[in-house]
Design a binder for this molecule. Structure first.
Ligand code: ADP
Ligand code: MG
Length: 227
């Protein structure tokens, strides 16, 4: 089954003479359980495309179906609920809250959401995902005391808390040195082996290609047709 079916997605920024198409007629299907890598240079439209397929940006032309639902027909509240329940995001910048502990950072989105789940249960699940990413001994640490790789592990744990069916990763190793980046690649690989989570990863780093079941190249807002 396809989790994502996109047809002729186009997203422009600027008006009149200054209008630029960041995403230019992209069609794409992503199947349940696959790891799709979209590879392309800085500025080719990767983040813009990922925001659209993640339901974060609705200002696009074309059609998009997520989990069998037509995004254009979904009210904002329903799209945001779908996102909250089924999609996890991992970004290049880890977006952790500096004044909260590792454990609190992972728990925070679940506590702020309207989901009526008790704090004790959220804490239990947060501890479990932090153990999975190898941070069981850093629960009380502040992000400032962690290495880049450890911070990205916290961000990955946070994205996994609600057991997303689809994980969208934007340059997940972009801020990491080579060795640390390798550890994150290994972590994604282990997570996929365990959870079979569908993943779409966009990057300009060639080394991520060994994770992928399928790789598409993006150039100037367009996806190259598969051979
Ligand atoms: P990538 O993630 O591949 O580096 P982006 O999707 O961030 O590329 O950007 C693609 C193009 O769209 C770039 O030319 C960028 O400047 C432009 N762009 C992206 N977001 C915006 C925005 N919010 N406003 C104006 N231009 C934007
Ligand atoms: Mg980007």
């Amino acid at each position: 089954m396809s989790l994502i079916v996109a047809k002729d997605l186009t997203r422009s920024f600027g008006v009149g003479e200054a209008e630029r198409r960041a995403v230019d007629g992209v069609s794409l299907e992503v199947d349940t359980g696959e790891i799709l890598l979209i590879f392309g240079p800085s500025g080719c439209g990767k983040s813009t495309l990922l925001s659209i397929v993640g339901g974060l940006d609705r200002s696009f032309a074309g059609t998009l179906s997520l989990f069998g639902r037509d995004v254009a027909a979904l009210p904002d509240a329903e799209l945001s609920r779908l996102r909250g329940e089924k999609i996890g995001f991992v970004f290049q910048a880890f977006h952790l809250l500096g004044h909260l502990s590792v454990l609190e950072n992972v728990m925070a989105p679940a506590l702020f959401s309207r989901e009526a789940e008790g704090e004790a249960r959220v804490k239990e699940r947060a501890e479990a995902v932090l153990e999975r990413v190898g941070l069981a001994d850093r629960l009380a640490s502040l992000p400032g005391s962690l290495s880049g790789g450890q911070r990205q592990r916290v961000a990955i744990a946070r994205s996994l808390l609600h057991e997303p069916e689809l994980l969208l990763c934007d340059e997940p190793t972009g801020n990491l040195d080579r060795a640390t980046g390798e550890q994150i690649i290994e972590l994604f690989s282990a997570l996929h082996a365990d959870l079979r989570t569908t993943m779409v990863i966009v990057t300009h780093e060639e080394r991520l290609s060994r994770l992928a079941h399928r790789t598409l190249d993006m150039v100037d807002g367009r996806l190259e047709v598969e051979a």
